[in-house]
Design a protein around this ligand. Sequence first.
Ligand SMILES: C[S@@+](CC[C@H](N)C(=O)[O-])C[C@H]1O[C@@H](n2cnc3c(N)ncnc32)[C@H](O)[C@@H]1O
Length: 288
Amino acid sequence: MPKRRQGGSFQGSETLKDRIPAGHLVGMETVCDQDQEACLAREEVEEQEEDSEVEEEEEEEELFAEELETKEETKPLEKAAAWEPSVYSVLGKEQHYFVGHNINIYESLDSYGAIVWPAAVALCHFLDNNRKQINLQDKWVLEIGAGTGLLSIVACLLGAWVTATDIPDVLGNLRSNVYRNTRGHCRYTPQVAPLCWEQDLEQTYPRSTYHYDYVLAADVVYHHNFLDELLLTMRHFCQPGTTLIWANKVRFESDLRFTENFKRTFNTTLLTELPEDEVKIFMATSRE
Ligand SMILES: C[S@@+](CC[C@H](N)C(=O)[O-])C[C@H]1O[C@@H](n2cnc3c(N)ncnc32)[C@H](O)[C@@H]1O
């Protein structure tokens, strides 16, 4: 079991692996953790494999596009409560460039979580350009409301051990984007997991076990009925030693109310503001 830490960094001989619950070690790469020679040999093999991986990825992309087309024809329109509008069609691929990598994101229109939102792009820019201020290397990072996964992918490319979460409906697309864009490029294999705000949190993510260095959230505040649950979820994960980074485009009156509650709940700092995009990025820590 991981040791619970009040601070955000490792101490003594503790490694990131020590902090990860046993069940989550499956599939995790501990590159350069202990056996460096084996790591180097593996890197060589990986380089050789990269060419064939490009071909594999292209095939995978075609398969994924076909899968979406099939779904579009056969899947009944499933509407989770409050996920309107729900138009089931494929939008296509969006390309981004962060941390020296091209990132291909598949989007669709079947839920809010199936497209890239402006605050995610703004936060990716911020993290990429402010690596000293926010050093994600070897940090334990949780993203809530991850949507298509762009932000989690960037955090992963920046060296973090990332868990990307969202409601079950969007996990297929999220998983596919996250794995396709991080495979072979990251220190740690990211995890993708369901997390509905304020649902069974203490059972699924007990605070005594899950202590993240960073919690990321982009454009999770808009016109929906789960704002109280969202704030409670942020509180659940933002423990002493955790830094919560929340980026949002301000759109509605309710967004301003949430921001006020957010400021009352945490110690907050406005990291940056992008007036042209109406996006603000806040950093928060626990008041406990
Ligand atoms: C506007 S989208 C933003 C997606 C992504 N963070 C981005 O910026 O591109 C909001 C995200 O929050 C998720 N979400 C909304 N309500 C939720 C809830 N009650 N529990 C968990 N996730 C939720 C949605 O599925 C969606 O992925």
